[in-house]
Design a protein around this ligand. Structure first.
Ligand SMILES: *Cc1c(COP(=O)(O)O)cnc(C)c1O
Length: 378
């Protein structure tokens, strides 16, 4: 079998044509036809009325932190099992990060632990929808409402995934998508911020335009534009939007293909799970996921290390995921772990992600699964 990589950037075939159109329209910076097309499409997909396309998921998180008016001394609650950008966006504003343990079944923040972690300084909760599987948003929203705290969804992995029929990213005050090349839909680097309250839209348009009222100027609402607030270069280019639009124009092409792969893994590996050799992902009933990740869990770290080696020796790249942030140098500096780390470290050490991308072939999945069975002598 040929080498099977862990990820291949999504490419569906229409990308070049749209990039060419952007070039011919002589509009390659942000704010053109494809930027608008992507925003409209994402608004339809999510039900959120105000989607802004950003240069990255990181930028979307940074914009949310500014919009939520996070200030030095504020506390922000999130899981430790996440990507650095989730925490960095708030550390950049001077906030203290409060890490809460995860649920071992979904690897998402344990909603039952959040309320006790809330203090007078808590300004935001940042649920991360791991692998496109939703956090318990009803519980999180209820806490936020009672305590008057902002909810910022890190839905970087959750594009086209749902919780009780609601699109991830559209449930909290702000939602953040990523279109990095490792995500389901991509523009190389890219992201989007979902502004779920009308009151935040005007300021979001300023922040994305480097702190200027340039959007208003283009709409003819002011006769010149000027510096009015803080902001940065968060507006995505037309070239990247053109690439992305080819993929989200009909998002089910990628979604169906990934779901097929995910379900095949799950079906073929079930006997191993039934024997208690490995654990498989759990999808709560209220969640519609998007096959962003397919992972298995081994007995422990030592077994996972051996399995990674075994897969590599058989030309398959399987990879672990986050090193918990609270154990990192910056995590120690900018954050603290609330309560006991019962699952974050332990579960992250057992988790192994299998190859998963648009276009992964059935015979490749069968070969990957066969190699896993062989590792366990089954
Ligand atoms: C990918 C990812 C990000 C960052 O997105 P970029 O587009 O790479 O900046 C943030 N949070 C999570 C959970 C992610 O998976």
């Amino acid at each position: 079998m040929q080498y099977i990589s862990f990820n291949v950037p999504p490419y569906t075939g229409g990308e070049e044509n749209y990039i060419k159109q952007a070039i011919q329209a002589k509009k390659i910076s942000g704010g053109g036809e494809f930027t608008k097309k992507c925003a409209d499409r994402l608004e339809k997909m999510t039900g959120c009325e105000n989607v802004l396309i950003t240069t990255s998921g990181t930028a979307a998180l940074e914009m949310s932190a500014i919009l939520a008016e996070i200030k030095p001394g504020d506390e922000v609650i999130m899981p430790s099992y996440t990507f650095v950008s989730t925490a960095n966006a708030f550390a950049l504003r001077g906030a203290k990060i409060v890490f809460v343990d995860i649920r071992p079944d979904t690897m998402n923040i344990d909603e039952k632990l959040i309320e006790n972690a809330v203090t007078e300084k808590t300004k935001a909760i940042v649920p991360v929808h791991y692998g496109g599987v939703a956090c318990e948003m009803d519980v999180i929203r209820d806490i936020a409402k009672r305590k008057n705290i902002c909810v910022i969804e890190d839905a970087a992995q959750g594009v086209n995934a749902f919780y009780k029929g609601k699109a991830l990213g559209s449930i909290g005050d702000f939602g953040c998508f990523s279109f990095h090349e490792t995500k389901n839909y991509s523009s190389g680097e890219g992201g989007a911020v979902l502004i779920n309250n009308e009151k935040d839209v005007e300021r979001a348009e300023i922040i994305i335009e480097k702190g200027t009222n340039r959007s208003k100027f283009f709409r003819g609402q002011v006769d010149k534009y000027t510096w009015v607030d803080i902001g940065s270069s968060y507006l995505q280019s037309e070239i990247n939007c053109a690439y992305l639009y080819a993929q989200i124009e009909n998002p089910e092409i990628i979604n169906n293909d990934r779901m097929r792969s995910w379900n095949l893994y799950n079906e073929l590996l079930k006997p191993l799970a039934d024997k208690g050799v490995i654990e498989l992902p759990y999808i709560p009933e209220e969640c519609t996921h998007n096959a962003h990740i397919y992972y298995i869990k081994t007995k422990d770290l030592a077994e996972r290390t051996k399995l990674i080696e075994h897969m590599k020796a058989n030309n398959i790249l399987a990879v672990f995921h986050y090193i918990p942030l609270h154990s990192s140098p910056a995590g120690k500096k900018f954050g603290r772990f609330f309560g006991e780390d019962k699952y974050t470290t332990k579960e992250s050490e057992r988790l192994l992600r299998l190859p998963m991308y648009y276009g992964l072939k059935e015979n490749e999945i069968k070969y990957i699964v066969k190699m896993i069975y062989r590792f366990f002598d089954l």
